[in-house]
Write a protein that binds this ligand. Structure first.
Ligand SMILES: NC(=O)c1ccc[n+]([C@@H]2O[C@H](COP(=O)([O-])OP(=O)(O)OC[C@H]3O[C@@H](n4cnc5c(N)ncnc54)[C@H](OP(=O)(O)O)[C@@H]3O)[C@@H](O)[C@H]2O)c1
Length: 259
């Protein structure tokens, strides 16, 4: 398969580690120039150094709109443009649906939706003019099958799916695709933290929590960051030019829904 990614310019948000980092690494391995962003400049730059080549790291909290605007300007000035934009951010705190403070709802919505949509809006005009663009959102299996004790994620991520699906129809004729990737359980620091929180909440050993979680995944294990990133690399590639408005799962068969 020819990816056509050599020389393409990618901006990956939330990418100093975990899924975002894996995507940046996968795109760079195909010859793309990548800019990595995360809240701290040091961790973004350290991640860029691990990738090497022309990779660079910039600071941006997706919940801070002035920083989002500055990131767009700095990434364009560094790379000359953006062909591939990966919308990713940190996960919200776990918790039940009841008694979430209004300030927490607002902060999570800003970081997980408003900031991501803002940078896509900034990047889209150039993509459409050049007749090529790839916008990928990292969401969660919770948009299809809500995950217990992750109420904020279950509530906010569907907004990104609805936005992306609408946008995909608007820009499909301009060579810009818009897709979302839904991870099931992929081994990252975030998953480790969630397993620890579940162990504490249920008064169980973390190994028992993991064993139960894996028993619910037909593949019988957690996915790797590389397995997740491979889907992002495909969706960013020339080969995926007719895939748009889709939510693609990378979940080892976990989501119990045929649609
Ligand atoms: N791993 C899974 O199985 C899984 C499943 C479903 C959904 N997800 C979701 O997928 C996303 C990525 O997950 P992950 O497992 O890679 O998480 P992770 O290991 O915690 O990594 C999150 C990354 O995002 C950055 N980040 C956090 N908050 C940010 C913010 N406000 N603005 C910009 N960057 C921010 C972090 O760097 P800094 O700390 O330096 O900012 C880090 O690079 C999360 O939203 C997560 O909830 C993951």
């Amino acid at each position: 398969m020819k990816t056509g990614l050599a020389g393409k310019r990618a901006l990956v948000l939330g990418a100093s580690k975990g899924l975002g980092f894996g995507i940046a690494q996968g795109l760079a391995a195909e010859g793309a120039t990548v800019t990595i962003a995360s809240r701290t400049l040091e961790s973004a730059q350290a991640a860029a150094e691990r990738i090497g080549g022309k990779a660079r790291g910039l600071a941006c909290d997706t919940g801070n709109l002035p920083q989002v605007d500055a990131l767009y300007a700095d990434a364009v000035s560094a790379m000359g443009g953006i062909d591939i934009l990966v919308l990713n951010s940190g996960g919200p705190p776990p918790g039940l649906a009841q008694k979430i403070a209004p300030a927490q709802w607002r902060a999570s919505f800003e970081a997980m939706f408003v900031g991501l949509v803002r940078i896509a809006d900034l990047a889209l005009p150039d993509m459409m003019e050049r007749k090529f663009g790839r916008i990928l959102s990292v969401i969660s299996s919770g948009v299809i099958e809500p995950i217990p004790n992750l109420a904020i994620s279950n509530a906010i991520r569907p907004a990104l799916v609805g936005w992306g699906k609408t946008l995909a129809s608007e820009v499909a004729g301009s060579g810009v695709t818009v897709n979302a990737i839904a991870p099931g359980r992929i081994a990252t620091d975030r998953l480790q933290q969630l397993d620890e929180a579940n162990a504490k909440r249920q008064g169980k050993d973390i190994d028992d929590i993991r064993a139960t979680a894996k028993s619910r995944i037909p593949a019988g294990r957690y996915g790797t960051v590389e397995e997740f990133a491979a889907m992002a690399v495909f969706l960013a590639s020339d080969a995926a030019s007719f895939v748009t408005g889709s939510v693609v799962r990378v979940d080892g068969g976990q989501i119990a829904s045929s649609l």
